[in-house]
Design a protein around this ligand. Sequence first.
Ligand SMILES: [Zn+2]
Length: 327
Amino acid sequence: MILRLCASASLALAGPAAARLAEPRAEQVQAEAPGSTLRDSDYRIGRIVYRLGSAARAHCPDRFPLTGLLFHHLAEYRPADRAEAIRRYGLDSGPGILAVIPDSPAARSGLAAGDVLVSVNGRPFPAPASVGAEEQSKRWRLRVEAPEILLEEQLRLGPVRLEVRRDGRSFPLTLESVPGCPARGRLARSGQANAFADGRYAIMTTRFLRFFRSDDELAVALAHELAHNILRHPQQLEAQGVPNGILRHIGRNARLVRATEEEADRLSVRLLWSAGYDLAAIIPFWRRLYARPDSQLQIISAHPSLRMRERIINEVLAELAPQPRPS
Ligand SMILES: [Zn+2]
């Protein structure tokens, strides 16, 4: 798929018009008032990604510290909405907590939606106000994510001491993590129906979210994108010189991309199996996706055929069948 964010691995639903998805401001998610659909959707994705990431740790030699925190950042709001985001959420002080996954380390620590993180182990989080000025989308995204990267680095060393701001006062709090797969997910507001992996995040567009009939189906797509990130496919393809754009779907490039697709399919089934999702949802999901009128999966040679996908999925399910499934 053509996405200018970086070398992305993608479900490839929409055509080249999807290139505009990752323009600097177009993918910003405007977090809305509590209870709104968008916030609920963010939370839905966060919950599934956390469940997949924590259950599937056996498949990830590089352990990742999972907390169950979902963030929002000042720069993710449209410039016109930032004053309101500061007034309502205090996001000029640091990254805000959009939601906390129940029964996670974050929930056990006492963190709550609406909190703002000021510092970790005495180190202040990068100033949010300067992030909005960044123009290049890739650099912009990295700067938005800088507080999360700092938190992850510190959590790899052990439990962290946070300074938290809530209702106008600050207090310290200890946050632990659980080891899992590098599972980060987020929603991008876009009229393009697509999901993709950017090397760090499994990203689902608001438009594509409408396609899913259940959390089990949504988990299939998110597990596929997480698998790309766990296997470092975007970085691998970039190192192999595979470009975005039309050349991605031709010759050697298409073969390399197709190999990553098949690997991601294999690992995604294992992730879904480990996390207890309905395995009977996998193949019907892919059939429905390939049958969409706007799907280009049938004609893009960089993607496996539906028959090949079904063969791979059935092979992995047969390998897993004799093993006791984690409860
Ligand atoms: Zn893929």
